[in-house]
Design a protein around this ligand. Structure first.
Ligand code: BDR
Ligand code: CA
Length: 306
């Protein structure tokens, strides 16, 4: 089977770790590059986490460091959810820096895209700063991008503000550039992440599954302060689920814009499901997910890991 090439832009992050595990062990995907972005915690920490994961998995994927802060606004983080390291809960070995490229993430993405004989799918699962910089600095890459499948935004309420989701509110100016890029954009929002839940009994299955399952089980003990009873949300894994099993989602074509100025709503995704704004569609938005199919897929996918 020819593998589909992807680039993952990430801020690991416990749910990022799950997404990376599933993507890296998938027989259908070829992860050409991992780029890091300040988000859940600062850039140095998320990069160390990406390297820790790659060393743990024994996967030699190049890693390029991206932006240390958003385009305009002041940085925020989500260390209350993921712990002060961004991936609290498991004692990883200190990773080597052998996989780190000298190029900045934006230049590495440009090179990998331009050298690729076939278009590559970008999978951002953190704030969109690197992707916005790439599209602004090197618009020639657009013809090499198959699509952008991003985890972020919400059709309704938020998880970082009343109306705002973390990845978008962390850099709303970048998000606006991405949604206005005229590229095929798939938004896998909070709405589906809130239903992609892992309960304590699911997590128990991971413990004895394999080394990756054991590692993720331990991370889950610290995710969101260890409050697992109401279900842990596998946000970033839903973007990988869309790539590998899109039929588990209900998807609509619609217009999405980012609120930049709202006194209380800045950083929210305005998803015009009813067409009030009379704008052409610029995104596919996943509005629902079959939670049972997701759960089965999640466990089966992690079974393929070492
Ligand atoms: C998103 O925010 C981060 O904390 C998660 O890693 C995910 O990418 C969910 O809102
Ligand atoms: Ca993330």
């Amino acid at each position: 089977m020819t593998k589909r090439p992807i680039i993952i832009d990430t801020d690991p992050g416990i749910d990022d770790a799950v997404a990376l595990a599933i993507a890296l062990y998938s027989e259908e995907l070829e992860v050409k590059l991992i780029t890091t972005i300040a988000g859940n915690v600062g850039l140095d920490k998320v990069t160390t986490n990406a390297l820790r994961l790659l060393q743990f998995f024994g996967k030699d994927i190049p890693v390029a460091l991206g932006a240390t802060k958003p385009l305009i606004k002041a940085p925020i983080d989500a260390s209350d959810i993921h712990g002060s390291t961004g991936m609290d809960g498991f004692e990883f070995e200190e990773p080597t820096k052998d996989l780190v490229l000298k190029e900045h993430a934006v230049n590495a993405m440009r090179r990998v895209l331009m050298e690729s004989p076939e278009p590559i799918t970008l999978v951002p699962i953190g704030p969109l700063t690197n992707i916005a910089l790439l599209l602004s600095m090197y618009p020639e890459v657009k013809e090499k991008i198959a699509k952008i499948v991003l985890m972020g935004g919400s059709t309704g309420r938020g998880n970082m503000g009343v109306m705002s989701e973390f990845n978008i509110v962390a850099d709303p100016d970048a998000a606006k550039i991405v949604f206005q890029s005229k590229l095929p954009v798939v938004m896998v929002p909070l709405d589906v992440g809130l239903k992609a839940l892992v309960y304590p009994e699911d997590s128990e299955q991971l413990k004895g599954m394999n080394d990756t399952g054991r590692m993720i089980y331990q991370l889950f003990q610290k995710y969101r302060g260890g409050s697992m009873k109401t279900g842990l949300k596998m946000y970033d894994a839903t973007a990988i689920a869309y790539l590998l099993k899109p039929e588990m989602f209900q998807v609509v074509d619609t217009f999405v814009d980012i609120e930049l100025q709202g006194a209380m709503t800045a950083g929210c995704t305005v998803v015009d499901l009813k067409g009030y704004l009379k704008q052409p569609n610029n995104a596919k938005v996943c509005v629902d997910i079959d939670a049972d199919v997701f759960k089965k897929w999640f466990l089966e996918s992690l079974q393929k890991c070492n």
